[in-house]
Design a protein around this ligand. Structure first.
Ligand code: 5AD
Ligand code: SF4
Length: 472
């Protein structure tokens, strides 16, 4: 066993990156690395980057500027600090990063995290190491499984990657270029992962993938399974009380997925279903492969199948050529759907994507920026109103909460509702890991404040094993 070395990982962007950061920690643990919260003390700093919008990738370079100072300071104290750039900026920009920021020792794309120990050694020997290929071997099979102590430390809710990459090629999006083509993991591997998490106290699983409902991994019977079928299999694992999945494409919502919401209580009635725009003209230019009416019909299918279904979405404003009429169609769609929440972004041209070459700006350059700001503000105001109304509707009701951890306020325990709203109650920490009914009294910003509505007994008892040695 080598002497302990300190590792600091800073993640930007999506849930996939949060999950990947944990996999990097698990990969480096056998090398003697332990995590530290301070970049300054670390022997290795990894920036796990995001390339989805311009601002996200620019942050990396300003962070590297700060790290240069920390690395120089460490060197003055006789300590070698290595700096690695991982994630989608690494994939997209490769050795450009080292030209722009020579402080970087290792550039590693998302498909190569299992090679990190080797890349760090190579950088020590040769000064630099870069790997942004899409290797042929299965990175998931090569990544070590997390240790029970690491799982327990991460709490009762966990992500599990079920597919990676995307073949949809929306014209604004870098994902098909940075994460590659869609690849689904075999069901047996996913079941093993979920079983291990369940055995170590995890109760809620969020299946993640850039286009998660395109999942078609090899099933236990050798045939490809849909996401709906996978959800059935995972719900049967003792200890798993909640299942979620993100992010879905409206086009890939099939009957099996709708039926999973109808038939499996553990599948939460809350779906992140990005629509991006409400205008068919813009949806077409975005290559979204669905119309606003298709999207509305899909939402209706979910709502018919399960009471209390709620939705969140992503929106882009100011896509090339977006007129006031197009934007009004987006506002109208938001009005019709009624979201529990949503993210909205100003369009940002990404190098190498088809939309980056679309010349039709909204109007002139300076006007474009003003119009985008104004549209973003209008859309966000509408979404904020819907979110506030959705949260306020919980007041006076009894809702089911999966308790996660002690809150900052002494004596309070915090959990989440089916709709991911934080909910606080005064209670014993024994309730952590249980789903219990909470009578909601009030709302503080985005958090529900309430009381346990009955003695601590799991309400989803059918799925909690009698011997609670496990969790999932
Ligand atoms: N500009 C602005 N927003 C974008 N997104 C993806 N690419 C871009 C871009 N070029 C948004 C989409 C997507 C979310 C993850 O990020 O709304 O759903
Ligand atoms: Fe990007 Fe999502 Fe479109 Fe795939 S479906 S190209 S990840 S926006």
């Amino acid at each position: 066993m080598s002497t302990p070395r300190k590792l600091h990982i800073k993640s930007y962007g999506c849930q996939m990156n949060v999950y990947d950061a944990q996999r990097m920690v698990d990969t480096l643990a056998p090398e003697g690395f332990v995590e530290t919260a301070q970049a300054e003390d670390a022997d290795l700093v990894i920036l796990n980057t995001c390339h989805i919008r311009e601002k996200a990738s620019e942050k990396v370079y300003s962070e590297l500027g700060r790290l240069r100072v920390a690395k120089d300071e460490a060197a003055r104290n006789g300590r070698a600090m290595q700096i690695a750039v991982a994630g989608c900026v690494a994939q997209a920009e490769g050795d450009e990063i080292i030209h722009r920021a020579p402080v970087v020792d290792v550039v590693v794309g998302p498909q190569s995290y299992h090679h990190l120990p080797h890349l760090l050694a190579r950088a020590r020997a040769e000064g630099r190491a870069i790997e942004t290929e899409f290797p042929v071997e299965d990175k998931f099979a090569a990544l070590p499984a997390p240790k029970p102590a690491a799982i327990r430390a991460r709490g009762i809710s966990s992500f599990v990657t079920v597919q990676e990459g995307c073949d949809k090629f929306c014209t604004f999006c870098v994902v098909p270029y940075t994460r590659g083509m869609e690849v689904s993991r075999p069901v047996a591997r996913i079941v093993e992962d979920v079983q291990r998490l369940a055995d170590n106290g995890v109760r809620e699983i969020t299946l993640i993938g850039q286009n998660v409902n395109a999942f078609h991994g090899d099933g236990e019977d050798g045939a490809p399974w849909s996401l709906g079928r996978l959800l059935h299999r995972l719900a049967a694992i003792p200890g798993i009380v909640r299942l979620r999945y993100s992010t879905s494409h409206p086009r890939d919502v099939d009957d099996a997925l709708i039926e999973a919401h109808r038939d499996i209580p553990a599948v939460m009635p809350f779906v992140h279903l990005p629509v991006q725009s409400g205008s068919d003209r813009i949806l077409e230019a975005m290559n979204r492969k669905h119309t606003a009416a298709d999207y509305r019909r899909t939402v209706e299918r979910f709502r018919k199948a399960r009471d209390g279904m709620a939705f969140s979405s992503d929106f882009i404003v100011g896509f090339p050529g977006e007129t006031e009429d197009d934007f009004s169609a987006t506002l109208a769609l938001v009005d019709q759907i009624g979201y529990a929440g949503a993210y909205s972004f100003k369009y940002s041209p990404r190098p190498g994507t088809p939309a980056a070459d679309m010349q039709e700006a909204v109007t002139t350059a300076s006007d474009t920026s003003r119009i985008m700001d104004e549209r973003l503000a209008r859309l966000q105001a509408l979404i904020d109103r819907q979110q506030a109304a959705f949260n306020a509707a919980a007041i006076g009701k009894t809702v089911e909460v999966l308790f996660e951890r002690a809150a900052r306020n002494p004596g309070q325990i915090v959990g989440r509702t089916a709709y991911l709203q934080p909910a606080h109650v005064m209670a014993s920490p024994d309730i952590i890991g249980q789903v219990l009914p909470v009578a909601v009294d009030s709302l503080e910003r985005y958090s529900l404040i309430g009381r346990l509505a009955q003695a601590a007994q799991p309400v989803v008892s059918s799925r909690v094993p009698s011997a609670m040695t496990t969790g999932a």
